[in-house]
Design a protein around this ligand. Structure first.
Ligand SMILES: Cc1cc2nc3c(=O)[nH]c(=O)nc-3n(C[C@H](O)[C@H](O)[C@H](O)COP(=O)(O)OP(=O)(O)OC[C@H]3O[C@@H](n4cnc5c(N)ncnc54)[C@H](O)[C@@H]3O)c2cc1C
Length: 412
């Protein structure tokens, strides 16, 4: 009987354990935490958006790095296979906005319990509080691991193959401490640069921080490196004590994060994307005519959320006490300009501990996409976030974990 060690009892590790055991392997899953699936517990704000019910094309479009590498894995085990798997394991699911799939119960622990129960039934040996220290590689063949248990005694565990499913480098308190990257490097494999991704951003201006807690819907966010537009999209975002976050910002970080990590860039919010500059000017003129003898600060309120109004007054450069019929055309144009291009300097990304995912990882050039086995080291497999594959929010990152884990489990 083939003996398989799975390093890591997160999403990919549990899934790989289930399918390797189903294949008839003797499986031992080693997890450094006191329980399985610690990160899964916090996914989807505790509700676990475990996949996405979109088309195959949408799955590929969601992958930010190395989507071609995912071809075999996605076709081998797709999002509908995942939904069937959990349904057959007793997890009813529902599909929400953007095809996001959640357990009907809204509890991530149902996903973890289902996987745990499958592992137990299939006879997977689970060793908690067991940290893998390094891999044992002899003659380009991985045949076991050195591990440390609670008693901190180092021990060797031999196997026919090892699946590394140690996760990324984000939210390290959940156990993803980046060990898999080290294992890969020690095995002589390339690991690409690591970046926090799906992560909030820092901004420079004090007025942005003043807006903390304010969330904006139906706005568009554009990011520029000097004259070059790096990103532009429409949706929701949120101001915080350090800068900006929310769906638009997280997606932007996945697309242009590596540039923002290296240099400050300009961000602009179009607060009225449905109106052209001319239409917005007409709207402001109408407001001004209705309140001819009122002060600017008392007329402008209808245009923005209350928290934003004092900041917009300052950015417009118009004296708040000024009667609106005294406001010049030039001043009004400036108000239009800052409404269509609310400026911010984006100075960087937040840290890994706030990132939903790690961009970068074990180079996919080193890995057979059909089996997830290292091309150089026989018996060494990778699955999940440890690979240089990252996706947008929406259940896609967990789909990557499930599909790569399935491929690794079946890998010959
Ligand atoms: C706040 C948050 C919310 C998220 N929400 C979603 C969501 O709703 N939908 C979605 O698709 N994705 C979501 N993600 C991303 C998703 O959680 C990851 O893509 C996924 O968990 C990766 O699975 P993995 O098994 O590769 O890694 P992990 O789940 O991180 O598991 C790795 C495991 O390996 C263990 N380990 C590491 N090193 C060792 C070692 N040396 N020895 C033994 N064990 C070790 C760790 O303790 C850990 O349990 C979210 C992420 C975060 C941080």
């Amino acid at each position: 009987m083939r003996k398989t060690i799975v390093v890591g009892g997160g999403a990919a590790g549990m899934f790989a354990s289930v399918f390797a055991a189903q294949m008839g392997d003797e499986v031992i899953c080693l997890e450094q935490n006191e329980k399985l699936g610690k990160k899964l517990y916090i996914t989807g704000k505790g509700r676990c958006n475990f996949t996405n019910a979109g088309t195959m094309e949408e799955l590929f479009d969601s992958i930010m790095s190395n989507s071609k590498f995912m071809y075999s894995a996605f076709y081998g085990y797709n999002n509908f296979d995942v939904m069937d798997f959990f349904e057959q394991s007793g997890v009813e699911y529902k599909v929400e906005r953007g095809n996001r799939v959640f357990p009907e119960s809204d509890h991530a622990w149902d996903v973890i319990d289902a996987l745990h129960e499958k592992m137990r039934r299939l006879g997977v040996r689970i060793r908690l509080n067991t940290k893998v220290l390094r891999l044992h590689i002899d003659n380009n063949q991985c045949d076991g691991v050195f591990m440390e248990d609670e008693g901190q005694k180092e021990a060797f565990l031999g196997a026919d193959r090892v699946i590394v499913a140690t996760g990324g480098f984000s939210y390290q308190t959940t156990g993803s401490t980046g060990d898999g990257y080290r294992f890969a490097k020690e095995a002589g494999l390339a690991v690409t640069d690591l970046y926090p991704s799906l992560v909030p951003m820092n901004t420079r201006e004090d007025y942005v921080k003043e807006l903390q807690g304010l969330s904006l819907r139906n706005v568009s966010l554009s990011i520029y490196d000097e004259q070059k537009m790096l990103y532009s999209d429409f949706g929701e975002m949120l101001f915080t004590h350090f800068g900006i976050t929310g769906p638009l910002v997280l997606t932007a970080s996945a697309m242009v994060g590596p540039i923002i990590k290296k240099k400050a860039v300009q961000g602009y919010i179009d607060l009225k994307p449905a109106l052209s500059e001319e239409k917005l000017d007409e709207r402001i003129l109408r407001d001004f005519e209705e309140g001819r003898n009122k002060q600017f600060k008392n007329v402008i309120g209808g245009l923005y959320p209350a928290k934003l109004t004092p900041v917009m007054i300052r950015l417009s450069g118009i004296n708040p006490e000024k009667k609106v019929n005294e406001i010049s055309r030039e001043e009004r144009k400036n108000l239009v300009a800052v409404t269509k291009r609310f400026p911010m300097t984006i100075t960087g990304l937040r840290d890994f501990k706030e990132a939903i995912i790690t961009k970068g990882g074990v180079s996919v050039r080193e890995v057979n996409p059909k089996t997830m086995e290292s091309k150089k080291i026989k018996g060494l497999y990778f699955a999940g976030e440890v690979l240089d594959v990252d996706a947008l929010t929406g259940g896609f990152n967990l789909q990557v974990a499930w599909s790569t884990a399935y491929a690794a489990a079946l890998g010959e």
